[in-house]
Design a protein around this ligand. Structure first.
Ligand code: SF4
Length: 381
């Protein structure tokens, strides 16, 4: 399939890196060497729609900052202590609600070539005995890089060689073919964001359909990978309950519950800056028009009782199929936890400990996790 990317740049001092030739060949493009990447940024900013331009422009560059970063949670909401491995930025798919449209200035696809520096920092983390949950799908989609780079097989094999950390590859694609035969040793969790077919069609351009995502997940299960799912962002619209119920049903028709490490739930939330971008770029999308309030972290969220009602329903449907699965909220308050699940993570050692226990239960990890009981047992579910 022809790639969307139609411009390829490389920082001049990296132009001879062997990966450049391989990526250019796979994309069928010449890599133009640039002495100053600000020239690339200026070209994107000058486009009529910089976000769309940035999705078609790939800049091969170096990461000069930290490779492992804390997920940017806030002190007001329960955060899971996830670590992001910063492999690159932005995405070729185009979701109306994607925070990355407003997060990067300018928004541009960047892939980092200085792998040795990544290896050094990652190896030092993997050598530590504490459980770590590390993912690449926060500043980009983990698997969009599959057709052009060897990064994911390299990561899967690196994580397979240790017993302290899991790698979560989070995606809305189906680009799993090359990963299936890898000797992953259950250290990589393949994860998909899920939504109703209606939201996928209206607000997730160029992503795989719900059924295609679930088929790819089922293939990963067959290949022995643990899997995870993220119902995030759930969107309120007329008829959404029935459609989320059907989406949950479809998930469990295709995936055995005991292979799922965790499922997260989150409702649509956004920084105020995003509203004008969504209105301009997704004229038929209605997601930014609803009963919203501004949260403690300044993000706009659905009015709390609306969030709680939807969470209760979706959690109940999931529990019917998977009473023991680790179900958690991304960025919700203790009150919401209490009102939906009847407990808060702090009663069971905190959300990081809950997720560490889930990882330990499904992945082949070595160290003892923090003491405590499974929150799901405590919830009597
Ligand atoms: S798939 Fe993820 S990273 Fe890509 S546009 Fe959608 S929300 Fe953003």
């Amino acid at each position: 399939m022809k790639s969307l990317i139609d411009r390829l740049y490389v920082e001049e001092n990296l132009a001879q890196a062997p990966e450049v030739k391989a990526i250019a060949g796979r994309l069928g493009l010449e890599a133009e060497a640039v002495d100053d990447i600000r020239r690339v940024y200026a070209g994107i900013n000058a486009a009529p729609d910089p976000v769309s331009r940035g999705k078609r422009t790939l800049l091969l560059t170096a990461n000069r900052g930290a490779w492992l970063r804390r997920c940017p949670g806030t002190r007001y909401y329960t955060c899971c202590n996830y670590q992001i491995l910063h492999i690159g930025t932005f995405c070729t798919m185009d979701c109306a609600y994607c925070i990355l449209q407003a997060y990067f200035h300018p928004p541009v696809l960047q892939y980092f070539l200085n792998r040795e520096a990544m290896a050094a920092e990652l190896d030092s983390r993997l050598a530590q005995p504490e459980i770590g949950r590390i993912g690449t799908g926060e500043f980009t989609d983990s698997l969009i890089w599959e057709p052009w780079t060897d990064l994911n097989p390299w990561l899967v094999e690196r994580f397979a060689a240790q017993r302290h950390c899991i790698l979560e590859l989070k995606t809305k694609t189906v680009a799993v073919d090359r990963l299936l035969s890898l000797d992953h040793r259950r250290k990589t969790i393949m994860a998909w964001s899920l939504n109703t077919p209606r939201i996928i069609a209206s607000d997730e351009r160029r992503t795989a359909s719900l059924d295609a995502r679930l088929k790819a997940a089922a293939r990963c299960v067959e290949a022995g990978f643990p899997v995870a799912f993220h119902f995030d962002p759930m969107v309120l619209y007329e008829g959404c309950r029935e459609e989320y119920r059907r989406t949950v049903e479809r998930l469990f028709e295709m995936i055995p519950a005991d292979q799922i490490v965790w499922i997260s739930l989150g409702t649509f939330r956004f920084m105020p800056d995003l509203k004008d971008l969504v209105a301009a770029r997704f004229q038929r999308s209605t997601i930014v028009y609803g009963e919203f309030v501004r949260g403690l972290d300044d993000k706009i969220r659905y009015f709390k009782p609306l969030r709680i009602d939807l969470y209760r329903d979706v959690a109940e449907w999931i529990r019917r199929y998977a009473p023991d699965v680790c179900l958690y909220f991304c960025m919700e308050s203790e009150e919401v936890w209490q009102r939906v699940f009847g407990f808060s993570p702090s009663q069971y050692g905190g959300l990081p400990a809950m997720l560490d226990r889930a990882a330990k239960a499904h992945c082949d990890l070595e160290p003892e996790v923090r003491p405590g009981i499974m929150a799901n047992e405590a919830a009597g579910s």
